[in-house]
Design a protein around this ligand. Sequence first.
Ligand code: FAD
Ligand code: NAI
Length: 467
Amino acid sequence: MTDVVHDLIVIGAGPGGYVAAIRAAQLGLKTACIEKYPTLGGTCLNVGCIPSKALLDSSEHFDLARHGFAAHGIKATVELDLAEMMKRKDGVVRDLTRGIEGLFKKNGIERVTGTARIVSAGVVEVSGPDGVRTLQAKRILIATGSKPASLPGIAFDGRRIVHSTHALSLGEVPKKLIVIGAGAIGLELGSVWRRLGSEVLVLEYLDRIVPGSDVGTARLLQRALEKQGMKFRFGVSAASARVEGEEVVVDVAPAAGGEPEALRCDVLLVAVGRRPYTEGLGAAEAGVRMDTRGRIEVDAHWQSSVPGIYAIGDVIAGPMLAHKAEEEGVACVECMAGRPGHVEYGCVPGVVYTWPEMASVGLSEEDAKAAGREVVVGTFPFLANGRAKAMGERDGHVKIIADAKTDRILGAHIVGPRASDLIAELVLALEMGASAEDVARSFHAHPTLPEAVKEAALAVAGRAIHM
Ligand code: FAD
Ligand code: NAI
């Protein structure tokens, strides 16, 4: 059956797709959104950002109660109820995904449940619980996201050899967890299970955690995580893994070559990145061009090589982040509606939600220097911040990189309590082309963590007050 012609069909209801659909409806476009899963919200709400943060918050409470309360003069006997913790996490996910259903209704977006296949520009076939249906639209927006990457020689079984989705729902705390990959997923989910009692060893191919981030800032985070008991081995790669009884045997070889060594654990978490998801979508068959990594190629208005077919989010190039997908969704449909949609790619913040958290925006010190920029760096440690002291937080710093001649902020890197919230001020500063002095001369309430941002901005001019 072929029915009404829509102005826009969005394929995928993750943060890229559902936000694009809402913005399109606000702009008066007759919009349908096709999602294969029974709930809306995509990876982010169902098996990504939200459940991981729910578990990070819960496990942080558990860890604080076990190890942090005593310093505040509180005595407590603590016991883990993992089933209840998982139930709470599932509840958070349920409430938020239902919230998007409500937003779709409010905005008059047609929700179509089923798997979409592009037949040609303007025509999409949907196979859903009620059979096959054909939809027509002036434009199609692909927002099908990504899936966990795997390693050759290591097959997921969902119980012992797992990816992030499985690691968000383990039925018991592994005695020993090996994580392959010291990126955001490895560190966040490694932290969750470490706090709940696992022995955690992270294996990383490169010589550092969070590749691509500011080196000195990442080193501070590594030290803080090591203090919490997380162990790291760098310059190694997992060649293969197999389940033997109730154990996983992982063959680990030096990245530079050499004899592999067998390591044993109860659960192996593979967190080596994600790959764009276009399987069964029909995009390539319709002529949509992909790059060598399977990402859909788009122009400055997020239009693919086929006129009328657009793409955003994890399925195109750039950091695989929910807020990047959202901004692209908004800007893409604004362009469709004749508005000047734009994404400032140099200002995308990145956050790792460990404790302490790590948050960055703009250039790292290394990247700024490699680009030939003459820079001045201001840093301020949380050890010297009154509020952090009152909270009992000692680890981390705020680091601001400014142009040596103009004082314009080029990048900012924070490891510390609530770095995820603190970075917002510096994202705005970077977007507005602010100087370090602009930040330094702004009021920052006392006593607060943001005062560390002000002090780092003062430190750019060599005049931090409390250091
Ligand atoms: P997705 O969220 O992947 O959504 C794509 C949707 O398309 C899916 O629902 C899928 O079912 C649907 N779909 C695919 N193919 C079809 C088809 N043919 N027909 C119909 N539907 C289809 N990012 C952050 O910014 N902050 C975080 O804290 C964070 N934490 C994360 C934690 C974990 C464990 C993981 C795995 C990821 C995390 N991310 C985080 C990354 C974030 O989830 C992604 O960047 C984001 O979800 C990408 O959004 P998207 O809309 O492009 O795709
Ligand atoms: P990642 O790309 O961030 O990190 C993967 C790590 O694995 C890298 O450090 C890489 O060097 C290492 N690696 C690759 N192959 C290896 C091998 N064979 N042996 C040892 N190490 C190896 O990928 P990750 O952590 O899986 O996350 C996927 C995506 O999800 C990322 O793009 C990330 O942005 C997003 N995400 C974001 C979060 C956030 O914003 N807080 C949280 C979780 C995920």
